[in-house]
Design a protein around this ligand. Structure first.
Ligand SMILES: NC(=O)c1ccc[n+]([C@@H]2O[C@H](COP(=O)([O-])OP(=O)(O)OC[C@H]3O[C@@H](n4cnc5c(N)ncnc54)[C@H](O)[C@@H]3O)[C@@H](O)[C@H]2O)c1
Ligand SMILES: [Zn+2]
Ligand SMILES: [Zn+2]
Length: 381
């Protein structure tokens, strides 16, 4: 089959690899109809998270069940499904408590949490390919209505719609609350969108990419352009000096200023400043325990020196981590089916798989207009 293969930093190729096979009785093989490029894919792409040469990329996948192992009895060949980016066993303590993001059995390294085509998440190939293998298929796969309807909305269910929603859950967004989202990438935009769904009275979205801020405004958020000055001052002024109830971090460890200089603590500091005392912050942007290329000596060891003293004094709560997609994807799917949510509005490019190499390069430099790229392995080049 054809797949997007990782060969090293900024070296990906679309090439022939062996077809995935049923390896365990609970496996299924999915024929991919749509697979997305994620901001998380850029961490290995940029050489900031080590990934094995030869790994097939892609953790945001959907498609049609092509084959099932002998132990699979819920999901059937021909079913249309979304594949959550967390790969989980369904029976361990964390899975039982709904924390599929920290499955204790799926990652052979012993680290809690597994996924597809991603550093430290196990040996599982991703779905930027014609086919992919999904272990524990009955547990992991989310069924979708048959046909082609809502394809570009449903493809947001494997990661960024639930992840943005998880940011607002950790931040305890509720009717009438005010919210500040840092980062207007796909995850930040989906967090702002989720804040609307949860009834926020006002949502600020801070970034310095004008095209992404324009999308945030189209969703009804108030754009804060970092290039125009200090986002903390802007948000404090807009809230009469009170600050917001809820903050969402959707940037991650490569947070930088508009000039491109990295400051690993910048966004966390900004959030601690703009969230009111006793408020809540959800950190869904990724931070890593080791980053040899980090801008500070501390950050090379995962130590991000934000103002925890101020956070403590304000009594803030801070939640973080990978999104447990299965906690939310069923209900978010039903919002799409009932016409209540249209997360596809952030898609900027729908391309055949063969154009993945250019798409990675353009998305990586946050080229104007490259908000979210989705790939269709079945589409002619
Ligand atoms: N927790 C999870 O489960 C999960 C899932 C998916 C993605 N992520 C992470 O979410 C983060 C965002 O991913 P994405 O897909 O939206 O892509 P992205 O990396 O394109 O988005 C990041 C955005 O942050 C902006 N930014 C950079 N510095 C900033 C600053 N100081 N203040 C405000 N904005 C700033 C960038 O301009 C960019 O638009 C990444 O770290 C990604 O790995 C986490
Ligand atoms: Zn993703
Ligand atoms: Zn488990």
């Amino acid at each position: 089959m054809k797949a997007v293969v990782f060969h090293g930093p900024r070296q990906v190729a679309v090439e022939e690899v062996t077809d995935p096979k049923i390896e365990e009785p609970l496996d299924a093989i999915i024929k991919i109809t749509t697979t997305n490029i994620c901001g998380s894919d850029l961490h290995p792409y940029d050489g900031r998270a080590p990934l094995d040469e030869g790994m097939v990329l892609g953790h945001e996948n959907m498609g049609i069940v092509a084959e099932t192992g002998p132990g699979v009895n819920r999901v059937k060949v021909g079913d249309r499904v979304s594949v959550p980016f967390n790969l989980a066993c369904g029976t361990c303590r964390n899975c039982n408590e709904g924390w599929t993001s920290a499955c204790l059995r799926a990652n052979p390294s012993g680290q809690p949490g597994a996924g597809y085509g991603y550093p430290h998440m196990g040996p599982y190939w991703g779905g930027q390919a014609e086919f992919m293998r999904v272990p524990w298929a009955d547990f992991n796969l989310l069924e979708l209505p048959a046909g082609h309807e809502h394809e570009s909305d449903f493809t947001m269910l494997s990661d960024i719609f639930p992840t943005g929603y998880h940011g607002t859950e950790l931040a305890q967004v509720a009717p009438g609350k005010t919210v500040a989202v840092f980062g207007a990438g796909p995850v930040g935009l989906m967090a702002a969108y989720s804040a609307n769904i949860r009834g926020a009275s006002q949502t600020f979205v801070a970034d310095f990419q004008p095209d992404r801020l324009a999308l945030a405004e189209r969703m009804g958020a108030t754009a804060i352009n970092l290039a125009d000055g200090d986002p903390v001052e802007a948000i404090m002024e807009a809230t009469d000096g009170f600050g917001v109830d809820c903050g969402v971090e959707a940037v991650g460890f490569q947070a930088h200023d508009p000039a491109g200089q990295e400051h690993p603590a910048l966004v966390l500091d900004n959030l601690v400043s703009v969230v009111r005392a006793t408020g809540h912050i959800g950190v869904v942007g990724v931070y890593v325990p080791q980053d040899p290329d980090a801008a500070t000596e501390e950050a090379k060891e995962g130590r991000v020196a934000f103002n925890f003293g101020a956070a403590f004094e304000k009594g803030l709560s801070i939640g973080s981590g990978q999104c447990p997609v299965k906690r939310y994807n069923r209900e978010l799917r039903d919002l799409i089916i009932r016409g209540q949510a249209r997360p596809s509005q952030i898609i900027s490019h729908e391309l055949p798989l063969d154009q993945a190499v250019d798409a990675y390069a353009e998305f990586d430099r946050r080229a104007d207009g490259y908000t979210k790229v989705v790939l269709h392995p079945g589409q002619a080049a």
